[in-house]
Design a protein around this ligand. Sequence first.
Ligand code: RP5
Length: 166
Amino acid sequence: MAEIKVGIVMGSDSDWPLVKKACETLDKFGVAYETRVISAHRTPEVAIEYSSSAERRGLKVIIAAAGGAAHLAGVLAAATVLPVIGIPVAGGALNGLDALYATVQMPSGVPVATVAVGSAGPTNAALLAVQILGTSDQELRERFREHKAALKAKVAAANDRIHQEG
Ligand code: RP5
């Protein structure tokens, strides 16, 4: 079985429909991951234990998804030297603006690499994790290069189609 390199944490199981897009993307790249529901405010001890043991357990990157006053990614980042990618989850009265600010506006010294609110967020979080892992994994880096080439080909095909229609 492949070594688990990415830890995906979500604040609630209500985040799962969004978070599973990150899993699907990692699956495409053949990157092994684990998933956990851990809340920074409901289970703070578990959050710190998870994060502080992540490096020892062989993880290389942590992805954290949370909504509301989304301190999950920041709390996890506080207790590890591993890179943490935050996914702000839309919902509640402010529809994700609160989660975006809480995740992206980390004070100096403890970064959280924040991706978009909405469906691009989990996909990009997984892609960024692949890129981070790719810095020391040539094969993964080549798979990412193919991903970029596929995006390019898709735009070229769209251009051909629209150009012909016009
Ligand atoms: C956060 O609060 C979770 O990450 C979730 O996005 C949001 C709502 O959680 P539930 O009330 O659905 O458990 O902790």
